[in-house]
Design a protein around this ligand. Structure first.
Ligand SMILES: Cc1cc2nc3c(=O)[nH]c(=O)nc-3n(C[C@H](O)[C@H](O)[C@H](O)COP(=O)(O)O)c2cc1C
Length: 395
């Protein structure tokens, strides 16, 4: 699995950096080609010579010197995987914020290869709200995290923060590069996300509370499994998922047109909260409040049904998945919706609480074979599980 695979190993500033040498030995024994990159912090703990000796390759530690030798973009594009061992709190923070202020962070921002990080730090640093937020952001972007573990540390302090063992990191790297880790390579997935805005006049619109968090997480998870992903999304504040083609639209009609333009696709996951109705006649000028006049009456028209349209399309994707947002009799309504729309699965969620805009979701997956009740979990975990389920169905 690892024979002749290119691994870029970034070593950052932690006392546990010496273990990166043992990991390198294991990777090379398995036939991998390992290129070492040292951060300024990493170079305080492991010498350039030690890393060069054990990788058998030139070590890169300076953005500007690397530029002259090979180019930072080439360094970012070459590897099959980028592995950060150990990952210091500082480097993780720089990754989470998209900084590119040294060679390591620039490679991490420029690479399209899967990224694995093995954090190592003092337990107080690991538990700090800043580190936790950084880790949540990295996980949501599809970065694989191994460890840290609990156990003896350099400081006499207890808690999590100890670098994962080289054997375990080696297994995680092998897992990252296994063909089964990217079962959706060669597949095109179309995902919708967020709300739609239905205009009333040039300044007003009708919307809903969808944040796009769940749909965007699904696009990220499908891309992480190797799919080429087209994301059609309404107005949202969440950032674009990396490595995904994003088409921004406003109304349901624009969403349908963008979805049809994206076909053919193997998978369609319709997670957007599409408005059922629009204002029948959008005013071309701002509606004016005239003194003494009654409030205007808005006449509504039915919007196109995107899920039903794709389910009956001449270029119907092989697997069409709809979402149902229900506030009562969730499974019953969603089961009826699956049959009515002609889609393959419905992912039903109870949106009577704070699901819309929140970070957690509890869903029921309704297929032709019955209902699966999934426990409540973070939206990115729901996305990961759904993507794995999709890969299994297409196998
Ligand atoms: C002796 C010593 C041990 C350190 N160990 C760690 C560590 O295990 N994890 C960590 O995140 N930072 C650790 N630090 C702090 C980092 O080295 C420091 O934040 C540095 O700026 C990280 O640089 P880098 O991002 O270039 O790797 C340690 C510092 C010293 C002086």
């Amino acid at each position: 699995m690892l024979a002749n695979r290119q691994i870029l190993l970034i070593v950052s500033g932690s006392i546990s950096a010496y273990k990166a040498l043992e990991l390198t030995r294991l990777l090379r024994k398995a036939g991998a080609i390992v290129t070492g990159v040292l951060t300024a912090g990493g170079a305080r703990f492991v010498t350039r010579e030690a890393l060069a000796g054990i990788t058998g390759q030139r070590v890169h530690d300076d953005l500007w010197a690397a530029e002259a030798e090979i180019g930072h973009i080439r360094l970012a594009r070459l590897p099959d995987a980028v592995v950060v061992v150990p990952a210091s709190a500082d480097l993780l923070a720089r990754m989470a914020h998209g900084l590119a202020d040294d060679l390591a962070s620039t490679i991490l921002l420029a690479t399209r290869a899967p990224v694995l990080v093995a954090p190592a730090m003092n337990p107080a640093m690991w538990e700090h709200a800043a580190t936790r937020a950084n880790m949540a952001a990295l996980r949501a972007r599809g970065v694989t995290v191994i460890g840290p573990g609990v156990g003896a540390m350099a400081e006499a302090e207890s808690g999590a923060g100890r670098l994962a063992e080289p054997d375990d990191i080696f297994a995680a790297v092998a897992g990252l590069l296994a063909p089964s880790a990217r079962p959706l390579v060669g597949r095109h997935a179309l995902v919708t996300s967020g709300p739609t805005h239905e205009p009333i006049d040039p300044v007003r619109y009708i919307a809903n509370r969808s944040s796009g968090k769940q749909g965007h997480a699904i696009a990220t998870a499908l891309a992480a499994l190797g799919a080429r992903v087209t994301l059609v999304c309404g107005p949202v504040a969440v950032p674009d998922p990396p490595g995904v083609t994003v088409h921004r639209i406003e109304s349901a009609r624009e969403m349908l047109a963008a979805c049809e333009a994206a076909l053919p696709a193997d998978i369609a996951v319709m997670a957007a909260a599409v408005a059922d109705w629009r204002v029948a006649r959008e005013a071309t000028q701002k509606l004016k409040k005239e003194p003494g006049a009654a409030a205007p009456t808005l006449t509504m028209a039915l919007n196109p049904d995107i899920l039903a349209t794709l389910s009956h399309h001449a270029q119907r994707p092989g697997l069409v998945i709809g979402f149902a947002a229900e506030t009562e009799r969730v499974v019953e309504h969603a089961t009826a919706k699956r049959l009515r729309k002609g889609c393959d699965w419905i992912v039903a969620n109870d949106v009577s609480g704070d699901v819309m805009g929140g970070d957690a979701n509890r869903v029921h997956v309704i297929t032709a074979n019955g209902v699966e009740d999934w426990p409540e979990m973070p939206k990115d975990a729901v996305a990961g599980r759904l993507a794995a389920r999709i890969a299994e169905a297409l196998r």
